[in-house]
Design a protein around this ligand. Structure first.
Ligand code: GLY
Length: 351
């Protein structure tokens, strides 16, 4: 029988299979051109401008890593974004230290920088670490020297606003030092909301050829101990891409994520057949379970008292986001519209 199968029949079967592989839940995932897969960009909730820009670049058929980096550069360069790049809130000494990683699916290569000072766009430096060195992660002064060697300009990243927030925190920290308490201000409530502030941007994309890439970039925890590195520049924690399966990244409490290789787990769960949203939830479930062993991480109900979010895309272009606590959103451009959607969540906030 097999011998009688003509080349033509074989090709027909092959085409049939490819078409089947591009059907998901009865939905045709073929792109507008008919012979291409879906283009998608997914990001954290603060990434709507990033998803818009990245999609524009994917449409020009450029590399998905260039697309997501160009997307997050908008946020890194924005002085009003207080958790990423220029304008990011500083460490306890008032110095902005940035972390970022990138990962390129087709080559399974990645690069990262951590505790990088004075450079607005750590994601661009991370890409050059990937492309121009045999290393995966450069930190601190070494990362800065490397960036300068590649022509990056040193700049003061501490905006007046970020400095004011830092100063206020410093002055209210203790009544047993020589810093007087600050005078009450109209913006008191705004200051208060920054005391436990952290944020980050993650952005992942799939292009029409089915290639994946991702980037995560952050200024990390406000008031962190100088030299503290979060999950964002740690491949497997803040970002992971497997071009055969999917891409995932995170925002939120980096320490919990580093200790559980959270994004790697999300991609592994997708590899086992879970949807991106299910995979994000399963990784969060594992992290919440392990957190039970450290009482300082739990609230009065015995639940994690920290926030953590994952965002993911699989090889078919399906996407999702999930959060430890209700209320988070993620940004997605599905090729037609660029919107924010609610994240799935493990625990509901009582508000
Ligand atoms: N997820 C960002 C950080 O922990 O620094």
């Amino acid at each position: 029988m097999r011998d009688k199968c003509s080349r033509r029949d074989f090709l027909k079967t092959g085409i049939g299979l490819s078409a089947a592989a591009l059907m998901s839940g009865g939905k045709n995932l073929l792109g507008a051109e008919g012979n291409e897969g879906p283009m998608r960009v997914v990001a954290s909730g603060n990434g709507l401008r990033a998803t818009e820009k990245a999609m524009e670049i994917l449409r020009q058929k450029q590399d998905p890593l260039d697309a997501v980096i160009a997307g997050v550069n908008i946020v890194e360069e924005d002085p009003n974004e207080r958790s990423v790049g220029y304008g990011g809130l500083p460490n306890e000494e008032g110095v902005v230290e940035l972390d970022s990683s990138v990962m390129h699916g087709p080559t399974h290569n990645g690069g990262a920088v951590a505790s990088l000072r004075n450079i607005k766009t750590p994601s661009k430096v991370a890409k050059i670490v990937m492309e121009r060195t045999d290393h995966a992660l450069l930190v601190g002064n070494g990362a800065l020297k490397f960036a300068k060697a590649h022509g990056f300009k040193e700049e003061n990243l501490l905006t007046d606003r970020a400095r004011a927030i830092w100063l206020r925190r410093k002055e209210t920290l203790s009544d047993r030092d020589f810093w007087f308490p600050p005078k009450p201000e109209k913006t008191e409530r705004e200051f208060a909301s920054f005391y436990e502030f952290h944020g980050t941007i993650n952005c992942c994309a799939i292009d029409a050829a089915g290639n994946l890439a991702g980037v995560t970039t952050t200024s990390g925890f406000f008031f962190k101990i100088p030299g503290r590195v979060g999950d964002s520049p740690i491949i497997g924690a803040g970002l992971y891409v497997d071009n055969d399966i999917g891409a995932a990244g995170s925002t939120g409490r980096g320490e919990a994520n580093i200790l559980n290789c959270g994004s790697f787990q999300v991609v592994n769960f997708m590899g086992m057949g879970h949807s991106p949203e299910e995979a994000c939830l399963k990784s969060l479930e594992k992290i919440a379970g392990k957190a039970k062993r450290l009482p300082q991480l739990l609230n009065d109900d015995g639940l994690p008292r920290f926030g953590l979010n994952f965002y993911a895309i699989n090889k078919k272009g399906e996407y999702g986001g999930a959060s430890m606590w209700s209320g988070a959103r993620y940004a997605v451009h599905d090729g037609k519209e660029n919107v924010r959607k609610p994240c799935a969540y493990l625990f509901k906030r009582n508000r």
